[in-house]
Ligand binder design. Structure first.
Ligand SMILES: [Zn+2]
Length: 455
């Protein structure tokens, strides 16, 4: 993030490089909203915050934050403001309408996904190990330099590390480093470190002993090589026994919820308080319940083509009773585990797995579905919001994001209703601001509307 901070610092003074968009320099005082700062403290009713040069300058109660001479004042009475969301687990560039795969992995499609995140109030999204080639690093650097005010930041783990046959879905196989030796694993991590990825992604999932997976000597080498370079390691691992081994080995982030939780696992998390869990509950929960599909939420209608919505509807409606019953049992186990981890104070972050899963994880929308899933699992709305803002920013090392506080990047969402009353109110989006500038949601919506009717 040093790079980003540096760029923002330069932009605040002047911008001369072609294509860069300067942060608005004039001070703006936003007054009257209920403010959820993202740090878990009680909301500030009738708050005020001053934004200048793309950053929060002062935050407090209305009347306590003076407006400097010439400042513009914006009345947000009746609204709720929260930090922009951070999605710590996504697969960017693959999904496009009814298809999902590397054929869609183009500059245009990656940028479209970053626009979708911004539209839904997501400030940054971490692609989890399915990027490839030069393109992701180019786009990451361009967006970090502020070339597109309507795009979220694109974070990439580059290529993930795994035995090939372990990566699901199959359309993402090609991106991985196939790890077979300790020396090879270390070389792969070194290559990623040169690319300045914020974290390394690996897969350790034997799917109940049916698949060859990374052995402890191989993932131990990955962890050691990454930690020497101050890189964190995120793992796809859902099995309880494998999760315990990984915790003992020093894993930093679980990219998914662990399928089952027992006292020993909770004790291991207590011994490793910096290890975080991204829940990624969208796929397991929708087998049992997808209330946003009946009826289809307006935010989905305005961003996703009807045939893609219909396909998901048909897939869910076509599940056998046995599948649904197995799914219900799995969901109840997951939910119980989420409650145990939340009660134990384990650091939980937002990871949607959006953009993956054969086209059913609508990009951007999944963040709001996931917030609802977290609360359905038993987290409080405040716990879910902190997970999706401050915690996720911390997990990704984004020191500039996740909270509304002086000095941070002015990335925030203005809502028409209070998500602490009802978590689905995060969907009542009035405006999204990234880096101090309002995202032009009407323009983005018009662009998608033109595509929604075609085909
Ligand atoms: Zn994933």
């Amino acid at each position: 993030m040093k790079r980003l901070l540096c760029f923002i610092g330069v932009m605040a003074v002047s911008v001369s490089a072609a294509g860069q968009v300067p942060a608005p320099a004039g001070a703006v005082l936003y007054e009257g909203a209920r403010l959820i700062t993202g740090d878990g403290s009680a909301p500030i009713e009738r708050a005020a915050f001053l934004v200048q040069n793309g950053r929060f300058v002062r935050v407090g109660r209305q009347g306590d934050v003076p407006a400097p001479a010439g400042a513009r004042r914006v009345d947000l009475t009746g609204r709720t403001v929260m930090p922009a969301l951070v999605d710590a687990h996504s697969h960017i560039g693959y999904m496009k309408h009814l298809t999902s795969g590397p054929q869609n992995y183009t500059r245009e499609n990656i940028l479209d996904h970053m626009h979708r995140f911004a539209y839904f109030g997501v400030a940054a999204s971490q692609a989890m190990g399915t990027d490839f080639g030069e393109l992701p690093f180019q786009i990451r650097d361009e967006l970090a330099a502020g070339t597109d005010p309507d795009a979220a930041l694109f974070l990439t783990a580059g290529r993930g590390l795994a035995p090939l046959d372990e990566i699901s879905p199959a359309n993402m196989h090609h991106a991985a480093y196939a790890v077979t030796t300790v020396e090879g694993a270390r070389a792969d991590v070194q290559e990623l470190a040169l690319r300045k990825v914020p974290l390394i992604k690996m897969w350790v999932d034997s799917r109940g002993g049916t698949m060859k997976t990374l052995t402890p000597d191989l993932y131990g080498a990955i962890l050691d090589e990454a930690h020497r370079r101050r890189l964190r390691v995120a793992v796809h691992a859902t099995d309880l026994a494998e999760a315990k081994q990984l915790l003992r080995a020093g894993i930093d982030v679980f990219a998914h919820m662990i399928a089952d939780v027992d006292d020993e696992l909770v004790a291991l998390f207590r011994q490793h308080p910096d290890t975080a869990v991204l829940l990624a509950l969208c796929a397991p929960r929708r087998i049992v319940s997808a209330p946003w599909l009946e009826p289809v939420h307006p935010l989905i209608r305005e961003t996703v083509r009807p045939e893609q919505i219909a396909r998901l509807h048909d897939r869910l409606a076509g599940q056998t009773p046995e599948t649904v019953e197995r799914g219900r049992q799995a969901w109840e186990r997951l939910a119980r585990g989420v409650r145990l981890l939340a009660q134990a104070g384990v650091k939980i972050g937002l990871g949607t797995d959006g953009g993956g899963q054969n086209g059913d994880q609508f990009v951007g929308w999944t963040a709001h579905a996931e917030l609802e899933n977290m609360v359905a699992a038993g987290m409080t709305p405040m716990q879910a919001l902190v997970a999706a803002t401050r915690n996720s920013a911390e997990i990704l090392g984004l020191s500039d994001l996740g909270v509304v506080a002086a000095g941070k990047s002015a990335d925030f969402v203005v809502l028409d209703a209070n998500p602490l009353d009802e978590i689905t109110n995060t969907r009542r989006i009035s405006q999204v601001f990234l880096r101090g500038r309002e995202v032009n949601r009407a323009r983005l919506r018009a662009g998608w509307a033109a595509g929604l009717s075609s085909n």
